[in-house]
Structures are given as C-alpha cells and as structure tokens.
Write a protein that binds this ligand. Structure first.
Ligand code: ZN
Length: 167
C-alpha cells in the first residue's frame, strides 16, 4: 500500500486497523461514521432501493456517510435532501440506536458505525428518488423482510424496530 506521507509503496499492516511505513508514518484505518433514517408514517416504513454497489438493487434505509465537520443529525438532514428531496430539521430526528457494519468498496472493507434515527411523519411527503437510490416505497413495517436488505446493520435495525413496534 502507498503511504499518504512519503508516497512510497511501503505501508504495511501492523496490527488490527493500524498500518506502519518505513518513513515513520502510522496510518489508522478508523471506523467511519454513517447515519440512516427509519421514517414512519403510521404503520408504513420508508425503504429505498440502492442504485449503486455495494448492494445495488437491494433495500436500504435512506442515509449515508458523515462528512468531516458534520454532526450525525446534520449528515442525515443533508442525505435526506440529496436522496429524497425531503426537508427535515435536526429537531425532528429521534435517536434510535447504532449498529456496526462492514461496507465493501473498491476492494477494501470499511468498518462503519451506523447511527439510526426515527422520524415520525403525520402527512405523506412528496419524495424524489435521486442520487444513489433508484426507487423508494412505503411498506407496512411488519411486512419487510430482512433478506431484502443490503447490509447487516439495516437488518438488525429493522429487527429492533419490528420488536419494539410489536409490543
Ligand atoms: Zn511513508
């Protein structure tokens, strides 16, 4: 692997997520932060279909990676605007929980920590599927199947929501 400091192909795996170069540089392949929204309208939950790999064609919850300098809430509001043209304020989001995930991209496995927020709507919004999603639909939460989802974190979040709502 090429070293981002000296530019030489001398970056070698050291331990866990740590890489060392002969120039003295230590690189940490840290966990990336991501966010997703569980958007409920009564008994219906909003799911999106992924337009790109990983998981192209499979279901997901809207969201994405946190940009440098953003809070989780800011990242999720930005992503909901980009993917669905949905305008949401951080105050509308309620913390649901986090799940760890593996995100394969360009041959590298990224470890992520995905934060899930609940967003309960009272009226059906006008949505547009754009950016990295190809489609969206509202489905009763109890009819959604884990196997149709792209990521383990989404499957676990769905399971938790289904358990919480079934009570
Ligand atoms: Zn180096």
């Amino acid at each position: 692997m090429y070293c981002p400091r000296c530019g030489q192909p001398r970056l070698q795996h050291h331990a866990h997520h740590e890489y060392h170069c002969q120039c003295g540089f230590h690189y940490f392949h840290n966990v990336a932060a991501a966010v997703a929204a569980l958007i409920l309208l009564g008994d219906e939950l909003l799911v999106v279909r992924r337009a790109r790999d990983p998981g192209k064609g499979l279901l997901d919850f809207p969201g994405g990676f946190v940009d440098p300098g953003e809070t989780l809430e800011q990242a999720l509001c930005r992503e909901l605007g980009e993917e669905l043209a949905l305008t949401v304020t951080p105050e509308q989001l309620h913390w649901f929980g986090s799940e760890s995930n593996l995100y394969p991209y360009d041959g590298i496995q990224y470890h992520t920590c995905d934060g899930y927020f609940l967003l309960e709507l009272t009226t059906r919004p006008q949505l547009a599927s754009q950016d990295d999603i190809s489609d969206h639909h509202w489905t009763p939460w109890h009819q959604l199947q884990e196997a149709d989802f792209a990521f383990d974190s989404s499957r676990r979040a769905l399971r938790r929501l289904q358990r919480a709502r079934a009570k």
